[in-house]
Every structure is written in C-alpha cells, then in structure tokens.
Design a protein around this ligand. Sequence first.
Ligand SMILES: *[C@@H]1O[C@H](CO)[C@@H](O)[C@H](O)[C@H]1NC(C)=O
Length: 273
Amino acid sequence: MSRSINRGLFRLGIIVLLYCIDIGNTQLLINVKNQGGDVVQETIAANVTEDSVMLEFQRSDGTLITQLVDFRHEVQILKALVLGEEERGQSQYQVMCFVCHIHKEEFISSDAMAKLRQKNPGTIRTAEEDRGRENYRMDLFVDVPRSGVISKHIATLCSEAKDATYTRRSDLNRWASQSAVSLHALLDAVKEYPTSLQSNTLAEPSRCLETPGLWTPCTCHLEMCIGWYPCSLKYCKGKAPDTSSYRCGIKTCRKCSQFSYYVRQKQLCLWDE
Ligand SMILES: *[C@@H]1O[C@H](CO)[C@@H](O)[C@H](O)[C@H]1NC(C)=O
C-alpha cells in the first residue's frame, strides 16, 4: 500500500478511520461494555462547523447521559436526565447540567471525530485506558438564559435545567484567561448559591445522604461515567526513507466525573442515599 493511501487511513485496533466523502452522516453507534458488565449503546456525533462533539447514552437505570464538548470555547457540558420515582412524589424526570472547562487535548478534535468509521459495528468495545474519577465541587449556578457567553450549547441542551445547571468559579477564571470573554461578562452568566452558604464555608449544607428531612437543603452527589471515548490520536512512523509520522488510529479512554452540588431540597437528590 502506498504511503499516500496509508496516510489517509487511521488504522489500529478495531476502529478504522477512512477519508470519506459523505460528510452528511457523521454519527457513530458504539456498543460499550462498562465496568459493571452492562452493555450500553453510545451515540457519538461531531459537528465540524461548530467544532463540537456530542456523546449520548442511556444507563441501565434509565438515566440519559449527554456529554457535549464545545472545543471553540473549551467547554464541556455533562447533562443527566434522571427518571423520577413517582411513588415518592417526584415529577417524571429531572435534568441537571454541569458545565466545566475542558482542555482540548482531553478529546480528539471534532474534525478527527467526524472522520471516524467503524469496521465492525456490532462489536462490543471496552476502553484501553481508565482515566479514573475526577471530583468536581460545583459552587455556582449557571443562569441558563444568559449562558451564551460561556457556550451557546448550554441554552439548547439545558433548557430543562434552569434551576439545576452548575459551574465553578475556577472554570470562569480559566475561560477568562484564555478567551476574549472578560471575567466580568462571565460573572453575569452565573448566580451565587443562597447567601447563607457563602458567608461561611462551614455553612455548606451536609450531604443529602446524611440529611433526614426531604425538604431540607443539602449537598448532592452525582456520578457520571463515560465508558468509552476517543481521547487521543495514535501516530505511527513511516517506513524509511521518509520516516515522518502519520495518524494511524485512536486511543480510547473511560472516565468518571463525580459532581457535588447544592440542592434546595433533598427531594431533588433521592439517589444519594
Ligand atoms: C452543525 O452545526 C451547524 C450550525 O449550528 C448546523 O447548521 C448544522 O446542521 C450542523 N450539522 C450537523 C451535521 O449536525
């Protein structure tokens, strides 16, 4: 096979990336075996124009997880749609969104993502590398209707989470330091927690786990694990005499994110018990 064709093929492991002319359908369906042994089906779609990637799947407990990476603004949105327990007076579902800074290098680019093709679509896959669990202590609400300065995707994705979209002051600082958006403008897109919490950090409410009253504010924990995602490109060395390297595949990772955040009633955090 000639070098020029070789360069056009990202080939390694089970995923084959081809230079494709069909730009329309860039959605991948991947069967992923998670650590509990369940198989879930992930949908991954890239949008090169927007420079974004969206990954979605439904957990075996029914929770729908959506991850959107907005590379242009270095923003990751993780959304959970949790089915309610109707016998406990909950609505049919509740939606939460967590908006954080992401380094571009944590994911492959939308362009590379859009070129991914699967050789054997039925294959059940597991990630090559476990990136463990990262803890996120959310300390601000995002004001969803004003969130466009952070990422225009928040308003679309989190329209049902107007009172349950969270971010961190440290993320605002990162966005302010690397983009044209001022910290002042970013601060306009967030809301503080109730004042009783800010005056004294010790006043942070106890974990919902330890809170007896259903109507009491508490700190909720929610974990979301992405079982399989393309986290970097692999490079191979060409044969002599031209030994420059070329893209020849992807590396895949799994990663869990554990969010802790304020809820005004334990009722909104019934899984944390
Ligand atoms: C990508 O985003 C643009 C701009 O929002 C939109 O017009 C287009 O339909 C999207 N393409 C795909 C394949 O979703």
